[in-house]
Design a protein around this ligand. Sequence first.
Ligand code: GDP
Length: 529
Amino acid sequence: MSFKSEINRRRTFGIISHPDAGKTTLTEKLLLFGGAIQEAGAVKSNKIKKGATSDFMEIERQRGISVATSVLAFEYDGIKINILDTPGHKDFAEDTFRTLTAVDSVIVVIDVAKGVEQQTEKLVEVCRMRNIPMIVFINKMDREGKDAFDLLDEIEQKLGLNVVPLSFPIGMGYDFKGIYNLWEQNINLFSGSSRKNIEETIEISDLKSEKLDTLLGTKAAKTLREEIELVEGIYPKFNREAYLKSEQQPVFFGSALNNFGVRELLDCFVEIAPKPRPKRSEERLVNPDEKEFTGFVFKIHANMDPNHRDRLAFVKIVSGEFKRNTPYLHVRNDKKMKFSSPNAFFAEKKEIVDISYPGDIVGLHDTGNFKIGDTLTEGETINYKGVPSFSPEHFRYINNADPMKSKQLNKGIDQLMDEGVAQLFTLELNGRKVIGTVGALQYEVIQYRLEHEYGAKCTYENLNVHKACWVEAKDSKSEEFLEFLRVKQRFLAKDKQDQLVFLADSPFSLQMTQQKYPNIKFHFTSEFE
Ligand code: GDP
């Protein structure tokens, strides 16, 4: 197959949802369609149920054994599909944000009873800001939930999307009878009483057909005809260009658990979802079909086995072909590196591959050379944008609890930060280290891992910070800026990239500071134009 057709047949996406909406179940059903797994239950949920560290450790341990779950790849209809796993737990939202830099599109799963939930809002906002094409899947139609039209309204209002239903439910909950497929203009009905079987679907190609009355009963058939007329009246026609620009979002209804409506989703997905897209770097726009390889690290997975301290760096291939045993430039370190055993991922396993294409993810064994956001190329200096740090929500001093082990502690902190577990800020005033996280759970995870993987002990001390603001000065020699540095010294720190950060202790003090120093910009993310 030619290089071009390899690119054209790849679809790399992520499934995002609030925990419990059905992401794992849907993923599993997609893999079943692809023949990538044989039975349900094969995909491990990465859910943190009790919100406890032990839970997280258990998940990490399992994942360590089967890191393949971070990327699930399968073939369907000649299309190579790569699903990137995104943690649903809010404490790991940053991990999900970073994974979203490596997808070309997403599927958003919404629980029909719960509607738009908090995590969905946050994640969709990030996708909207980055113009990532989205398809919405409304799940659990076998349960009583919100009225379809009300829910579509809610999605438009809360998520700021422009929805276009491409399938529509026939009934709901106990009365859920099937799906009208507006995309293919046919109907799939559950048959029999079990409502568990996908094979038992009946196709009707015309909404006017009398067969519909026979199957649904006159009343239900009438309701459906009216509803579809309403759908076609209210919502715009599907426009693929608008979807690709993230200006329009197709919606599907179904039940992942019962495997209903999933094939409709998948069939449409492979047809409309984008192939690998060009990516902006600081230097220029890079096209997938360029001959030279470029890629970037979006995730680092630690080996939880203390006897094997190596890590796996996940690289998204943006352009060219990635080949085994070929020297590539690690741009940040300005060093050539070769990889003798790059891993490719499949549904349940990983394998060494000789060649990978744009859209693919390769796992590279790493002994500490990589950081999230690092770029590999054939020699050109390219730095990919879009792997920013966000202001953490929680801040604590980290103290060394075992003076004999300060080296181990520093190394441990360093490596965990490179993995993106949390962010480190070093105070300008006294060099004290502050750890910033999205959720409180990470502090326990860091403590646990420092002890078990690096033999170091730490304690934490509270620190009152409202937000970390990355500082941008128009003129770093100006009176104003020098005064700011002097007056606010107590609140200044450097992040791991040596960027200056203002740790505002309250919304009020941030506001006052902004007013007092109008020529200084305060950003809530580490990357700005
Ligand atoms: P995740 O947290 O988004 O990965 O959600 P899961 O896939 O683990 O699903 C959460 C729960 O909802 C599980 O108990 C599933 O069995 C259940 N579930 C998923 N899809 C459906 C569905 O279509 N109908 C019903 N009734 N339950 C579902």
